[in-house]
Design a protein around this ligand. Structure first.
Ligand code: AHR
Length: 499
């Protein structure tokens, strides 16, 4: 059996893990909003029309932040369509996904839902067909005390107190030619700068996310980011990254693709540091990976064309065990870059490329739900440097990768260790800890299966799920366990005295 050692030291810290790295994304796309979180006709809905079963599962994921209302959708969206008495809201032909938008869910519904769910709301403004002034007015609607036009409109719509929305995205994927209102980077920078100035003049406490390169495939990749960061200067707090990965070859190659995410983080971080250095500014943009997931089976034009329908089933990706292991791999990368990566949003949360799938009277939990939950529940603390000593393999697409991937978070006297065995055979893994003794195993869970292609479906909804893992043995200066082939394990240890 292959054997790997994960070297950890309690003093070797990368950075505090921002809880907002465990965020979600809810777009007016397909059945994400209508028939996803909101379905008044479902027997699972509450009096306000929210799907209680969906909300319960989302609560269980402990999402710290929720991005809304898009995505591509936002580049043709006018927020005023979605406020006020519902019967007076316009039914419109939505432009990004060619669907019907009834506007029955809008700003007030989403922000009230966020309060109920404990999500920090993250609103994306329309810099496609929208104007900087419209963005400013939305901040006024959400955050200004009553006494002016849009704050008074909010009060007239039933909300006296400002919502205090702190996070705002300056458009979405403006670098991509598919985006409504796509422009060259200098034009985007100038448009976003005007919006940013007006928005921050109105509420200096808000934080802004600039729309970075939409994918690493773009010819303008990194150059787009440099130009917009230089143009936006100190107005910008975060730079967005997006990536959807897929299995275009075989399982072992696919399991190495979190390397791609790690490379993207390093490259975009380098651009942020470069611009900071050139500008001689004490301030740099931090990274916000505000769309990420596995998505490749349902990406064709047909999969994403609403064809004039209301709540059409778009991009309803089905996930298997290998996808869950890749999701774990991406989360390992996020934790390992906790010093610069401050936010991330799983795209999306229900029905569209999502861990949850609904039918009117039923809910399916997909495989990728589990690694997210196992990480999210153990996210408090500082990321530790993880050095993996052990065998590796060479992925044709991503180069050399260790068979065992790892990350770790130290929070008080709790050490959380996350391990993925990417191999098709069991592996012995030793955690070698310096700086403290391991006093006890608090708990451990595993996600695995007989076949990497195993997936949950309506007839077998629990084929891939987290199970308790009882194979850890505490040894001198650490712990040891045998990880099954194709598995992800999350374990929490209580530490004793420093050694
Ligand atoms: O999440 C689905 C879509 O993917 C988003 O609307 C867009 O930003 C990205 O291209």
């Amino acid at each position: 059996m292959k054997s790997s050692t994960i070297h950890l030291h309690t003093g070797h810290r990368i950075g505090h893990v921002d809880p907002r790295v465990f965020g979600g994304f809810l777009e007016h796309m397909g059945r994400a909003v209508y028939q996803g979180v909101y379905e008044p006709d479902s027997p699972r809905a509450d009096a306000e029309g929210w799907r209680v079963d969906v909300l319960d599962r989302l609560r269980d994921l402990d999402l710290a932040v929720m991005r809304y209302p898009g995505g591509n959708f936002v580049s043709g969206y006018h927020w005023q369509d979605g406020v006020g008495p519902r019967e007076r809201r316009p039914r419109v032909r939505e432009k990004a996904w060619n669907s019907i938008e009834t506007n029955q869910v809008g700003t007030d519904e989403f922000l009230r839902l966020s309060e109920r769910m404990g999500w920090e709301p993250m609103l994306a403004v329309n810099l496609g067909t929208g104007t900087p002034e419209e963005a400013h007015d939305w901040v006024e609607y959400c955050n200004a005390p009553i006494g002016t036009r849009f704050a008074d409109l909010r009060a007239a719509n039933g909300r006296q107190q400002p919502y205090g929305v702190k996070l705002w995205c300056l458009g979405n994927e403006m670098s991509g030619e598919w985006q409504i209102g796509h422009v060259p980077p200098d034009e985007y920078a100038s448009r976003a700068r005007q919006a940013a100035k007006m928005m921050k003049d109105l509420d200096p406490t808000i934080q802004l996310v600039a729309s970075g390169s939409a994918t690493h495939f773009l010819p303008s990749y990194m150059e787009w980011d440099r130009v917009i960061l230089e143009g936006l200067g100190d107005h910008v707090d975060y730079l967005s990254l997006h990536n959807y990965v897929g299995n275009h070859t075989d399982t072992m190659d696919f399991l190495a693709c979190p390397q791609l995410i790690e490379k993207q983080i390093l490259e975009i971080d380098a651009v942020c540091r470069y611009v900071q250095g050139r500008r001689k500014s004490p301030k740099r943009a931090m990274l916000c990976f505000d769309e990420w997931n596995v998505w490749y089976r349902t990406q064709t034009q047909q999969d994403c064309d609403g064809a004039g329908r209301l709540a059409p089933p778009l991009a309803e990706e089905r996930f298997n065990l290998e996808d869950a292991l890749v999701v774990a791999g991406i989360l390992h990368a996020f934790v390992r870059h906790a010093d610069v990566l401050k936010m991330a949003n799983l795209a999306q949360v229900v029905n569209v490329i999502a861990p949850l799938l609904t039918r009117t009277d039923d809910l399916l939990v997909q495989s990728i739900y589990w690694p997210f939950r196992l990480f999210s529940r153990r996210r408090e603390g500082h990321s530790l440097v993880t050095s993996v000593e052990g065998p590796s393999y060479t992925s044709p697409s991503h180069g050399p990768v260790p068979h065992v991937d790892a990350s770790a978070i130290l929070g008080g006297d709790l050490l959380h260790v996350f391990l993925t065995n990417r191999d098709d055979e069991a592996a012995e893994v030793r955690i070698a800890l310096a700086g403290a003794d391991v006093a006890e195993l608090v708990d451990a869970e595993i996600v695995t299966g007989a076949d990497p292609k195993d997936e949950n479906d309506w007839d077998a909804p629990d084929r891939v799920r987290a199970q308790p893992f009882d194979r850890f043995k505490l040894v001198a200066a650490g712990a040891i366990a045998e990880l099954p082939a194709f598995s992800f394990v999350a374990a929490t240890f209580r530490l004793g005295a420093s050694s």
